[in-house]
Write a protein that binds this ligand. Structure first.
Ligand code: ZN
Length: 159
């Protein structure tokens, strides 16, 4: 029974409300995460609580339990002169900005004349998420993983 502080390995297919695939983790390259640490969206975490290895589940998650609603306040129009002159600003470029002590990633939507339109919402904000998930493995977290709040599986970045 999966509970807080377990390290869980899952495979999944994620689709939006229209049935378009948004992402997946294959059995041979599963997602490993620390359960109860907010590593995955809240709706998926609560759906997985209590499951066991071998269980499969279809989960529909509304935006409020997923990546949140689209926040218009995070869609900004910024004068080009606020960006470094030596950088060629193009759509889909990303940069981070400190907002109220929280680092947030903004993506350039488009250039409008002398303005740059950027979006600080998560790319999946506002989406209803349909997960088809399978539990592949569960183990206890190490003390170091608990202290860090994430899994140390030798892959991905570390901080
Ligand atoms: Zn760590």
């Amino acid at each position: 029974m999966i509970k807080k502080n377990d390290v869980v390995s899952i495979s999944y297919i994620l689709k939006n409300a229209k049935g378009e695939e948004l992402g997946r983790a294959e059995v041979k390259e599963p997602l490993n995460y620390l359960h109860g640490a907010g590593n995955i969206v809240p709706g998926l975490e609560s759906a997985i609580t209590g499951l066991a290895v071998g269980d499969k589940k279809e989960v529909t998650i509304l935006p409020e339990n997923g990546y949140g609603e689209v926040d218009p306040a995070l869609m900004l129009k910024i004068a080009r002169t606020n960006f470094p002159a030596d950088i060629d600003i193009q759509p889909n470029m990303q940069f981070s900005s400190d907002m109220g002590g929280q680092e947030r990633i903004f993506t350039v939507d488009r250039i409008e004349g002398t303005d740059v339109c950027v979006n600080g919402n998560h790319p999946l904000a506002g989406e209803t998420l349909n997960f088809s998930v399978e539990i592949l493995a569960v183990r206890e977290a190490t003390q170091e993983e608990l202290a860090h709040g994430h899994v140390h599986d030798g892959s991905g970045h570390h901080h």
